[in-house]
Design a protein around this ligand. Structure first.
Ligand code: UT7
Length: 325
């Protein structure tokens, strides 16, 4: 059975770090409030002129190096972002050029906000399973801080910039069981009636401006725990695995309280959960591949480990993916 095997991952964070203490000088907040309510201690902020494609390219190059591959070895790029370089073309085509893929294969963007990486992973996995791609770069990259209203303390303290990438490769070695390496299943959902809970108040066809993030935090929080728990159960049931079988939960990093509540609801003990929100803030589509890269690089995630990824974001969109690393 054909599977998309995860060959490697890589990540990039901009140099500039903005601590909670520095944030308290920008807006009416306190370092304690941010840490207690969200778990965030600091976030990275892209330099002026540093584009989403730059962050994405840096992460992609690290993933390529880790797999001992070159850009020309890739035939598909699926890039999840909510902060593209331009309205068009897709940021993915700039990355295609930057990594030296030439005119080989194809590259496109996906917009599912904080669920973007799960959507991109599912899309690339399906292209590989359908035989339309052999080796895919799946990227989550955000210059999200450019979407923030820096006078709105209810949103600007939460987000950061960064990028993460994963390389998938078609393999026919799978036996069609949960012991196979690679993506075992993906599960995507959305509910458009809830789009006004988290959105940007601008765009080409409405205001002709970029706009700023608006969020009903309490409602989003409530939905996040419920929806992500449902997606996790769906992924576990589809593969007949239990919480004990899962080695690592690599969740979207929006709020430590959301991560803790979701893990507790599903009896996933804290030692199994990869948490990076304290260092990165919420990097939207980049958060899962950033967390994954952190845990692979520090040696926590080992070959053969069963990993469960989940996210929820604006739309509302949500989903989960179960994979054997
Ligand atoms: O990636 C997916 C999308 N995002 C999320 O998943 C985020 C989901 N939501 C959350 O994480 C939380 O709802 C927040 C962190 C955004 C807010 O936490 P909360 O515990 O729900 O706080 P709250 O909105 O109920 O606000 C409590 C109080 C309010 O004051 P009053 O009305 O009680 O006097 C707020 O005005 O905290 C105040 N507040 C702040 N105080 C200091 C709100 N933001 C801040 C702030 N600093 N930055």
């Amino acid at each position: 059975m054909r599977r998309s095997v995860m060959l490697s991952c890589g990540s990039y964070l901009p140099e500039k770090v903005l601590t909670n203490e520095e944030m308290a000088k920008i807006v009416d907040t306190s370092a304690e409030w941010i840490e207690q309510r969200t778990g965030i201690k600091k976030r990275h902020v892209a330099a002026p002129g540093q584009k989403t494609s730059d962050l994405a390219t840096a992460a992609a190059m690290k993933a390529l190096k880790a797999a001992n591959l070159q850009g020309s070895d890739i035939d598909l790029i699926v890039l999840a972002t909510t902060s593209p370089d331009n309205t068009f073309p897709a940021t993915a085509v700039t990355v295609q050029d930057n990594i030296g893929m030439g005119g080989k294969g194809f590259a496109f963007d996906i917009q599912a906000v904080c669920s973007g990486f799960i959507y991109a992973l599912a899309t690339a996995d399906n292209f590989i399973k359908a035989g339309q791609a052999k080796r895919a770069l799946v990227i989550g990259a955000e210059h999200f801080t450019n979407l923030l209203d820096w006078t709105d303390r209810t949103t600007c303290v939460l987000f950061g910039d960064g990028a993460g990438a994963v390389i998938l490769e078609a393999s026919d070695d799978g036996k069609g069981t949960k012991e196979d390496r690679g993506i075992l299943s993906t599960h995507l959902h959305s509910e458009g009636a809830l789009r006004n809970l988290l959105y940007v108040d601008g765009g080409p066809s409405s205001t002709r401006t970029v706009g700023h993030v608006k969020m009903n935090g309490k409602e989003v929080f409530r939905h996040a725990v419920t929806r992500m728990s449902e997606a996790i159960v769906e992924a576990m049931q589809a593969n007949k695995v239990t919480a004990e079988d899962v080695r690592w939960l690599v969740p979207h990093q929006a709020n430590k309280r959301i991560i803790d509540a979701t893990a507790e609801k599903l009896h996933l003990t804290p030692e199994k959960v990869v948490v990076t929100v304290q260092d990165h803030g919420n990097t939207s589509a980049a958060s899962i591949p950033l967390a994954l890269s952190t845990a692979v690089e520090d040696g926590r995630i080992q070959r053969g480990d069963l990993i469960l990824m989940e996210a929820m974001g604006g739309g509302l969109t949500w989903g989960a993916a179960l994979a054997r690393w």
